[in-house]
Design a binder for this molecule. Structure first.
Ligand SMILES: [Mg+2]
Length: 438
Protein backbone atom coordinates (compact mmCIF):
# COMPACT_ATOMS: atom_id res chain seq x y z
CA UNK A 1 0.00 0.00 0.00
CA UNK A 2 3.00 2.25 0.10
CA UNK A 3 2.64 4.21 -3.15
CA UNK A 4 -1.12 4.30 -3.24
CA UNK A 5 -3.44 6.11 -0.93
CA UNK A 6 -4.82 4.43 2.16
CA UNK A 7 -8.52 5.22 2.37
CA UNK A 8 -10.78 3.83 5.04
CA UNK A 9 -14.52 4.04 5.55
CA UNK A 10 -15.80 4.17 9.11
CA UNK A 11 -19.39 2.96 9.37
CA UNK A 12 -21.14 3.01 12.75
CA UNK A 13 -22.98 -0.24 13.54
CA UNK A 14 -26.80 0.05 13.66
CA UNK A 15 -26.19 3.64 14.58
CA UNK A 16 -29.58 4.94 15.69
CA UNK A 17 -30.34 1.92 17.88
CA UNK A 18 -26.78 1.90 19.27
CA UNK A 19 -27.00 5.57 20.28
CA UNK A 20 -29.95 4.72 22.53
CA UNK A 21 -28.14 1.71 23.98
CA UNK A 22 -25.04 3.80 24.67
CA UNK A 23 -27.20 6.23 26.59
CA UNK A 24 -29.17 3.59 28.48
CA UNK A 25 -27.14 0.46 29.16
CA UNK A 26 -30.19 -1.48 30.32
CA UNK A 27 -31.13 -1.78 26.62
CA UNK A 28 -27.94 -3.68 25.86
CA UNK A 29 -28.39 -7.13 24.30
CA UNK A 30 -32.14 -6.52 24.03
CA UNK A 31 -34.13 -6.57 20.80
CA UNK A 32 -34.83 -2.91 20.10
CA UNK A 33 -35.97 -1.00 17.06
CA UNK A 34 -36.11 2.71 16.38
CA UNK A 35 -39.43 3.71 14.84
CA UNK A 36 -41.85 6.64 14.80
CA UNK A 37 -44.74 6.31 17.21
CA UNK A 38 -47.62 5.80 14.83
CA UNK A 39 -49.61 2.79 13.75
CA UNK A 40 -48.27 2.69 10.22
CA UNK A 41 -44.65 3.26 11.08
CA UNK A 42 -41.67 1.41 9.73
CA UNK A 43 -38.51 0.21 11.47
CA UNK A 44 -35.68 2.63 10.78
CA UNK A 45 -32.93 0.71 12.61
CA UNK A 46 -32.90 -2.63 14.38
CA UNK A 47 -30.33 -3.62 17.00
CA UNK A 48 -28.36 -6.78 16.31
CA UNK A 49 -30.37 -8.84 18.86
CA UNK A 50 -33.55 -7.72 17.05
CA UNK A 51 -32.06 -8.73 13.72
CA UNK A 52 -31.71 -12.28 15.06
CA UNK A 53 -35.52 -12.45 15.05
CA UNK A 54 -35.52 -11.57 11.36
CA UNK A 55 -36.34 -7.91 11.98
CA UNK A 56 -34.87 -5.46 9.49
CA UNK A 57 -35.02 -1.79 8.70
CA UNK A 58 -37.88 -1.00 6.37
CA UNK A 59 -40.18 -3.57 7.99
CA UNK A 60 -43.56 -2.37 9.30
CA UNK A 61 -43.55 -2.19 13.09
CA UNK A 62 -46.61 -4.42 13.48
CA UNK A 63 -44.76 -7.17 11.59
CA UNK A 64 -41.65 -6.72 13.75
CA UNK A 65 -43.87 -7.06 16.83
CA UNK A 66 -45.23 -10.34 15.52
CA UNK A 67 -41.70 -11.68 15.14
CA UNK A 68 -40.59 -10.80 18.66
CA UNK A 69 -42.86 -10.51 21.72
CA UNK A 70 -40.32 -8.62 23.82
CA UNK A 71 -39.47 -6.08 21.16
CA UNK A 72 -38.67 -2.64 22.57
CA UNK A 73 -39.71 0.25 20.33
CA UNK A 74 -37.88 3.52 20.76
CA UNK A 75 -38.90 6.84 19.31
CA UNK A 76 -36.25 8.45 17.07
CA UNK A 77 -34.18 11.17 18.69
CA UNK A 78 -32.45 12.97 15.82
CA UNK A 79 -30.92 15.42 18.20
CA UNK A 80 -29.05 12.59 19.89
CA UNK A 81 -27.86 11.11 16.57
CA UNK A 82 -26.59 14.37 15.15
CA UNK A 83 -24.78 15.30 18.34
CA UNK A 84 -23.18 11.86 18.63
CA UNK A 85 -22.19 11.75 14.98
CA UNK A 86 -20.61 15.13 15.24
CA UNK A 87 -18.60 14.21 18.30
CA UNK A 88 -17.39 10.93 16.79
CA UNK A 89 -16.05 12.53 13.61
CA UNK A 90 -14.50 15.35 15.57
CA UNK A 91 -12.72 12.76 17.71
CA UNK A 92 -11.43 10.87 14.64
CA UNK A 93 -10.25 14.10 13.11
CA UNK A 94 -8.41 15.24 16.22
CA UNK A 95 -6.91 11.90 17.21
CA UNK A 96 -6.22 10.08 13.94
CA UNK A 97 -6.32 12.04 10.69
CA UNK A 98 -7.62 15.42 9.74
CA UNK A 99 -8.38 14.20 6.22
CA UNK A 100 -12.02 13.38 6.62
CA UNK A 101 -15.10 13.32 4.38
CA UNK A 102 -18.34 12.73 6.22
CA UNK A 103 -20.83 11.15 3.81
CA UNK A 104 -23.79 10.52 6.06
CA UNK A 105 -24.73 10.76 9.69
CA UNK A 106 -22.95 7.51 10.50
CA UNK A 107 -20.33 7.12 7.77
CA UNK A 108 -17.16 8.92 6.86
CA UNK A 109 -14.07 8.35 4.71
CA UNK A 110 -10.68 9.01 6.24
CA UNK A 111 -7.44 9.31 4.27
CA UNK A 112 -4.78 7.76 6.50
CA UNK A 113 -1.97 7.62 3.93
CA UNK A 114 0.33 9.78 6.02
CA UNK A 115 -0.70 8.47 9.41
CA UNK A 116 -0.89 4.67 9.32
CA UNK A 117 2.86 3.99 9.52
CA UNK A 118 2.91 5.06 13.17
CA UNK A 119 0.68 2.12 13.93
CA UNK A 120 2.62 -0.49 11.91
CA UNK A 121 -0.19 -1.25 9.47
CA UNK A 122 -3.44 0.24 8.26
CA UNK A 123 -5.29 -2.64 9.90
CA UNK A 124 -3.66 -1.89 13.27
CA UNK A 125 -4.54 1.76 12.95
CA UNK A 126 -8.16 0.85 12.22
CA UNK A 127 -8.29 -1.45 15.27
CA UNK A 128 -7.00 1.47 17.30
CA UNK A 129 -9.74 3.74 15.87
CA UNK A 130 -12.42 1.18 16.68
CA UNK A 131 -11.14 0.76 20.25
CA UNK A 132 -10.88 4.44 20.82
CA UNK A 133 -14.37 5.19 19.47
CA UNK A 134 -15.76 2.37 21.60
CA UNK A 135 -14.03 3.62 24.75
CA UNK A 136 -15.13 7.19 24.28
CA UNK A 137 -18.67 6.73 22.95
CA UNK A 138 -19.63 3.18 23.91
CA UNK A 139 -20.41 2.53 20.23
CA UNK A 140 -18.95 0.02 17.81
CA UNK A 141 -18.12 0.62 14.17
CA UNK A 142 -16.99 -1.36 11.17
CA UNK A 143 -14.16 -0.19 8.97
CA UNK A 144 -13.42 -0.92 5.32
CA UNK A 145 -9.83 -0.50 4.17
CA UNK A 146 -8.64 0.07 0.61
CA UNK A 147 -6.91 2.41 -1.79
CA UNK A 148 -10.03 4.18 -3.03
CA UNK A 149 -13.40 5.25 -1.70
CA UNK A 150 -15.51 2.72 -3.57
CA UNK A 151 -13.56 -0.35 -2.42
CA UNK A 152 -13.34 1.00 1.15
CA UNK A 153 -17.11 1.38 1.19
CA UNK A 154 -17.64 -2.15 -0.14
CA UNK A 155 -15.10 -3.52 2.37
CA UNK A 156 -16.92 -1.89 5.29
CA UNK A 157 -19.88 -4.21 4.64
CA UNK A 158 -17.78 -7.36 4.69
CA UNK A 159 -17.01 -7.80 8.39
CA UNK A 160 -19.92 -6.32 10.29
CA UNK A 161 -20.47 -5.53 13.10
CA UNK A 162 -17.38 -4.33 14.95
CA UNK A 163 -14.83 -5.55 12.40
CA UNK A 164 -12.32 -4.48 9.77
CA UNK A 165 -11.93 -5.75 6.25
CA UNK A 166 -9.29 -4.96 3.65
CA UNK A 167 -10.36 -5.13 0.01
CA UNK A 168 -7.69 -4.43 -2.58
CA UNK A 169 -8.10 -4.30 -6.32
CA UNK A 170 -6.13 -7.53 -6.77
CA UNK A 171 -8.75 -9.42 -4.75
CA UNK A 172 -11.95 -8.13 -6.33
CA UNK A 173 -12.61 -11.40 -8.16
CA UNK A 174 -12.71 -13.17 -4.79
CA UNK A 175 -14.70 -10.69 -2.70
CA UNK A 176 -16.44 -8.14 -4.92
CA UNK A 177 -17.49 -9.97 -8.06
CA UNK A 178 -19.48 -12.77 -6.36
CA UNK A 179 -21.91 -10.21 -4.89
CA UNK A 180 -25.37 -9.57 -6.36
CA UNK A 181 -25.31 -6.43 -8.50
CA UNK A 182 -27.65 -4.53 -6.15
CA UNK A 183 -25.10 -4.89 -3.34
CA UNK A 184 -22.80 -2.63 -5.27
CA UNK A 185 -22.52 0.88 -3.86
CA UNK A 186 -24.12 3.28 -6.32
CA UNK A 187 -26.45 0.73 -7.89
CA UNK A 188 -30.02 1.64 -6.99
CA UNK A 189 -33.28 0.11 -8.06
CA UNK A 190 -33.42 1.78 -11.47
CA UNK A 191 -29.85 0.80 -12.36
CA UNK A 192 -30.43 -2.73 -11.11
CA UNK A 193 -33.47 -3.06 -13.35
CA UNK A 194 -31.57 -1.90 -16.41
CA UNK A 195 -28.71 -4.31 -15.68
CA UNK A 196 -31.04 -7.21 -14.91
CA UNK A 197 -32.62 -6.68 -18.32
CA UNK A 198 -29.16 -7.35 -19.78
CA UNK A 199 -28.94 -10.59 -17.77
CA UNK A 200 -26.57 -9.03 -15.30
CA UNK A 201 -27.39 -10.31 -11.81
CA UNK A 202 -23.98 -10.46 -10.12
CA UNK A 203 -21.11 -8.02 -10.25
CA UNK A 204 -19.07 -10.66 -12.05
CA UNK A 205 -21.63 -10.67 -14.88
CA UNK A 206 -21.12 -6.92 -15.27
CA UNK A 207 -17.34 -7.38 -15.27
CA UNK A 208 -17.61 -9.13 -18.66
CA UNK A 209 -18.58 -5.89 -20.39
CA UNK A 210 -16.35 -3.08 -21.60
CA UNK A 211 -16.63 0.61 -20.81
CA UNK A 212 -18.61 1.42 -23.97
CA UNK A 213 -21.43 -0.82 -22.87
CA UNK A 214 -21.87 1.17 -19.65
CA UNK A 215 -21.56 4.53 -21.39
CA UNK A 216 -24.26 3.49 -23.84
CA UNK A 217 -26.57 2.46 -21.01
CA UNK A 218 -25.89 5.18 -18.45
CA UNK A 219 -24.15 8.06 -20.16
CA UNK A 220 -21.35 9.71 -18.20
CA UNK A 221 -22.23 7.80 -15.07
CA UNK A 222 -21.38 4.60 -16.92
CA UNK A 223 -17.68 5.44 -16.74
CA UNK A 224 -17.52 5.36 -12.96
CA UNK A 225 -19.79 2.33 -12.85
CA UNK A 226 -17.38 0.48 -15.16
CA UNK A 227 -14.37 1.61 -13.15
CA UNK A 228 -15.91 0.61 -9.82
CA UNK A 229 -16.77 -2.85 -11.12
CA UNK A 230 -13.07 -3.20 -11.92
CA UNK A 231 -11.95 -1.92 -8.53
CA UNK A 232 -10.98 1.55 -9.69
CA UNK A 233 -12.39 4.58 -7.94
CA UNK A 234 -11.99 8.09 -6.63
CA UNK A 235 -9.25 8.40 -4.02
CA UNK A 236 -9.54 12.12 -3.27
CA UNK A 237 -11.66 13.12 -0.31
CA UNK A 238 -13.94 16.11 -0.33
CA UNK A 239 -12.48 17.61 2.76
CA UNK A 240 -13.78 20.61 4.54
CA UNK A 241 -11.57 23.48 5.31
CA UNK A 242 -11.78 27.20 5.59
CA UNK A 243 -11.70 27.58 1.84
CA UNK A 244 -14.67 25.28 1.18
CA UNK A 245 -17.07 26.92 -1.23
CA UNK A 246 -20.03 24.81 -0.19
CA UNK A 247 -21.09 22.17 2.28
CA UNK A 248 -23.58 19.45 1.53
CA UNK A 249 -25.12 16.62 3.43
CA UNK A 250 -27.05 13.97 1.62
CA UNK A 251 -28.74 10.80 2.60
CA UNK A 252 -30.01 7.77 0.76
CA UNK A 253 -32.99 6.44 2.64
CA UNK A 254 -33.35 2.79 3.48
CA UNK A 255 -36.72 2.90 1.74
CA UNK A 256 -38.61 5.57 -0.10
CA UNK A 257 -41.17 7.66 1.67
CA UNK A 258 -43.85 10.22 0.99
CA UNK A 259 -44.66 10.78 4.65
CA UNK A 260 -44.53 14.49 5.38
CA UNK A 261 -43.49 13.87 8.96
CA UNK A 262 -40.61 11.63 7.97
CA UNK A 263 -39.37 13.90 5.24
CA UNK A 264 -39.62 16.86 7.57
CA UNK A 265 -37.64 15.03 10.27
CA UNK A 266 -34.97 13.94 7.82
CA UNK A 267 -34.52 17.42 6.40
CA UNK A 268 -34.35 18.76 9.93
CA UNK A 269 -31.60 16.27 10.69
CA UNK A 270 -29.66 17.25 7.56
CA UNK A 271 -30.14 20.93 8.31
CA UNK A 272 -28.63 20.32 11.73
CA UNK A 273 -25.66 18.48 10.25
CA UNK A 274 -25.03 21.27 7.77
CA UNK A 275 -25.39 23.89 10.50
CA UNK A 276 -22.96 22.03 12.74
CA UNK A 277 -20.42 21.79 9.98
CA UNK A 278 -20.73 25.49 9.29
CA UNK A 279 -20.28 26.32 12.95
CA UNK A 280 -17.33 23.98 13.37
CA UNK A 281 -15.64 25.58 10.39
CA UNK A 282 -16.45 29.08 11.64
CA UNK A 283 -18.45 29.71 8.48
CA UNK A 284 -21.74 31.23 7.46
CA UNK A 285 -23.69 30.64 4.24
CA UNK A 286 -25.49 32.99 1.92
CA UNK A 287 -27.40 30.45 -0.19
CA UNK A 288 -29.10 27.16 0.48
CA UNK A 289 -30.40 24.60 -1.99
CA UNK A 290 -32.34 21.39 -1.66
CA UNK A 291 -32.11 18.23 -3.68
CA UNK A 292 -33.97 14.94 -3.71
CA UNK A 293 -34.67 11.97 -5.94
CA UNK A 294 -37.96 10.32 -6.68
CA UNK A 295 -38.34 6.62 -6.32
CA UNK A 296 -38.97 5.82 -9.94
CA UNK A 297 -38.94 7.49 -13.21
CA UNK A 298 -38.15 6.47 -16.67
CA UNK A 299 -35.76 9.12 -17.83
CA UNK A 300 -32.94 8.20 -20.16
CA UNK A 301 -30.63 7.22 -17.32
CA UNK A 302 -33.18 5.89 -14.91
CA UNK A 303 -32.74 8.74 -12.47
CA UNK A 304 -34.71 11.88 -11.96
CA UNK A 305 -32.42 14.16 -10.13
CA UNK A 306 -34.03 17.38 -8.99
CA UNK A 307 -31.27 19.76 -8.13
CA UNK A 308 -32.21 23.14 -6.88
CA UNK A 309 -28.83 24.50 -7.56
CA UNK A 310 -29.56 24.20 -11.26
CA UNK A 311 -32.77 26.14 -10.92
CA UNK A 312 -31.85 29.47 -9.54
CA UNK A 313 -35.40 30.55 -8.80
CA UNK A 314 -35.65 27.72 -6.31
CA UNK A 315 -32.39 28.37 -4.60
CA UNK A 316 -32.81 30.53 -1.56
CA UNK A 317 -30.53 33.46 -0.92
CA UNK A 318 -30.44 34.80 2.61
CA UNK A 319 -30.51 38.51 3.27
CA UNK A 320 -27.26 38.10 5.11
CA UNK A 321 -24.91 35.20 5.76
CA UNK A 322 -26.16 32.78 8.39
CA UNK A 323 -25.31 29.59 10.22
CA UNK A 324 -28.53 29.46 12.20
CA UNK A 325 -30.55 26.28 12.13
CA UNK A 326 -33.84 28.19 12.11
CA UNK A 327 -32.89 30.15 8.97
CA UNK A 328 -31.57 27.15 7.11
CA UNK A 329 -34.35 24.74 8.02
CA UNK A 330 -37.20 27.10 7.19
CA UNK A 331 -35.62 27.90 3.82
CA UNK A 332 -35.14 24.19 3.15
CA UNK A 333 -38.76 23.44 3.91
CA UNK A 334 -39.97 26.17 1.66
CA UNK A 335 -37.76 25.05 -1.21
CA UNK A 336 -38.82 21.46 -0.78
CA UNK A 337 -42.55 22.12 -0.84
CA UNK A 338 -42.18 24.31 -3.87
CA UNK A 339 -40.79 21.38 -5.81
CA UNK A 340 -42.26 18.24 -4.35
CA UNK A 341 -45.18 16.57 -6.15
CA UNK A 342 -45.95 14.07 -3.36
CA UNK A 343 -44.38 11.08 -5.05
CA UNK A 344 -42.18 8.90 -2.79
CA UNK A 345 -38.54 9.95 -2.58
CA UNK A 346 -35.50 7.90 -1.59
CA UNK A 347 -32.70 10.44 -1.53
CA UNK A 348 -32.50 13.86 0.06
CA UNK A 349 -29.83 16.48 0.43
CA UNK A 350 -29.05 20.04 1.41
CA UNK A 351 -26.25 22.24 0.12
CA UNK A 352 -25.22 25.57 1.53
CA UNK A 353 -22.95 27.77 -0.49
CA UNK A 354 -21.37 31.15 -0.92
CA UNK A 355 -19.62 30.70 2.41
CA UNK A 356 -17.64 33.21 4.36
CA UNK A 357 -15.49 32.82 7.40
CA UNK A 358 -17.11 34.21 10.52
CA UNK A 359 -13.70 35.44 11.56
CA UNK A 360 -13.50 37.66 8.51
CA UNK A 361 -17.14 38.69 8.49
CA UNK A 362 -17.66 42.45 8.39
CA UNK A 363 -19.54 43.73 11.41
CA UNK A 364 -23.07 44.64 10.40
CA UNK A 365 -24.99 47.15 12.36
CA UNK A 366 -28.52 47.96 11.35
CA UNK A 367 -30.19 51.12 12.52
CA UNK A 368 -33.80 50.10 12.34
CA UNK A 369 -35.99 48.74 15.11
CA UNK A 370 -34.64 45.25 15.16
CA UNK A 371 -31.23 46.32 16.20
CA UNK A 372 -29.32 43.16 16.93
CA UNK A 373 -26.15 42.11 18.60
CA UNK A 374 -25.15 38.90 16.87
CA UNK A 375 -22.38 38.01 19.27
CA UNK A 376 -24.86 37.47 22.06
CA UNK A 377 -26.89 34.99 20.07
CA UNK A 378 -23.75 33.21 18.90
CA UNK A 379 -22.57 33.17 22.50
CA UNK A 380 -25.82 31.55 23.58
CA UNK A 381 -25.54 28.94 20.85
CA UNK A 382 -22.03 28.06 21.85
CA UNK A 383 -22.97 27.75 25.53
CA UNK A 384 -25.86 25.51 24.52
CA UNK A 385 -23.54 23.35 22.49
CA UNK A 386 -21.00 23.12 25.29
CA UNK A 387 -23.56 21.99 27.80
CA UNK A 388 -25.10 19.53 25.39
CA UNK A 389 -21.80 18.02 24.37
CA UNK A 390 -21.02 16.88 27.91
CA UNK A 391 -21.64 13.19 28.57
CA UNK A 392 -25.01 13.79 30.12
CA UNK A 393 -26.77 14.01 26.78
CA UNK A 394 -28.92 16.95 25.80
CA UNK A 395 -29.91 18.89 28.83
CA UNK A 396 -30.92 21.95 26.93
CA UNK A 397 -32.71 22.45 23.73
CA UNK A 398 -33.86 25.45 21.86
CA UNK A 399 -37.49 26.41 21.45
CA UNK A 400 -37.92 24.93 18.04
CA UNK A 401 -36.47 21.54 18.99
CA UNK A 402 -38.60 21.41 22.10
CA UNK A 403 -41.67 22.22 20.06
CA UNK A 404 -40.90 19.45 17.63
CA UNK A 405 -40.42 16.94 20.44
CA UNK A 406 -43.61 18.05 22.09
CA UNK A 407 -45.59 17.87 18.89
CA UNK A 408 -44.25 14.44 18.12
CA UNK A 409 -45.39 13.21 21.50
CA UNK A 410 -48.77 14.79 20.94
CA UNK A 411 -49.22 12.91 17.72
CA UNK A 412 -48.33 9.54 19.21
CA UNK A 413 -51.73 7.92 18.95
CA UNK A 414 -52.57 9.05 15.47
CA UNK A 415 -52.03 6.91 12.46
CA UNK A 416 -50.05 8.46 9.64
CA UNK A 417 -49.77 12.22 9.54
CA UNK A 418 -51.43 13.91 12.45
CA UNK A 419 -53.27 17.19 12.28
CA UNK A 420 -50.56 18.87 14.29
CA UNK A 421 -47.89 17.70 11.88
CA UNK A 422 -49.88 18.86 8.92
CA UNK A 423 -50.43 22.22 10.54
CA UNK A 424 -46.80 22.60 11.40
CA UNK A 425 -45.80 22.02 7.84
CA UNK A 426 -48.58 24.11 6.41
CA UNK A 427 -47.00 27.42 7.02
CA UNK A 428 -49.26 29.54 4.87
CA UNK A 429 -46.88 30.79 2.27
CA UNK A 430 -45.35 27.38 1.62
CA UNK A 431 -48.67 25.67 1.32
CA UNK A 432 -50.19 28.27 -0.94
CA UNK A 433 -47.32 28.05 -3.38
CA UNK A 434 -47.66 24.34 -3.34
CA UNK A 435 -51.40 24.40 -3.99
CA UNK A 436 -51.10 26.95 -6.78
CA UNK A 437 -48.68 24.71 -8.57
CA UNK A 438 -51.07 21.78 -8.70
MG1 LIG B 1 -24.06 2.27 9.65
Amino acid sequence: MSKERAIILIDMDSFFASCHIAKDNSLKDKPIVVASPNARSIVSTASYPARKFGINSGMPVFMAREKCDDLIIIEPDFNLYVETSNNIFKHVKEEFSRHLEVISIDEGYVDVTNEWKKYGSVKKMCDEIRNSVYKKFNLTCSIGISTNKFLAKMASEMNKPNGCFTLLQKDIDKFLWPLPIEKMYGVGRATKEILNNENIFFIKDAAQFDQNFFIKKFGKRGISLFENINGIGEDTLKELNDESKSISNEMTLMRSTSSIQEIDDLYFELAKLVTKRLTNNFQKAKVVSVHFKYEYNYNYDGFNKVRHSQRTHHQHTFVKHTNKLEDIFSAVKELFYELWDERPIFFIGITVGNLISVLKEPVQVSFNNDFEIPTKVDGFNSILRKINSKDSGNLLMKGEEFERKFERNQSKDNAGISKIDAERINEKRILENWKNKK
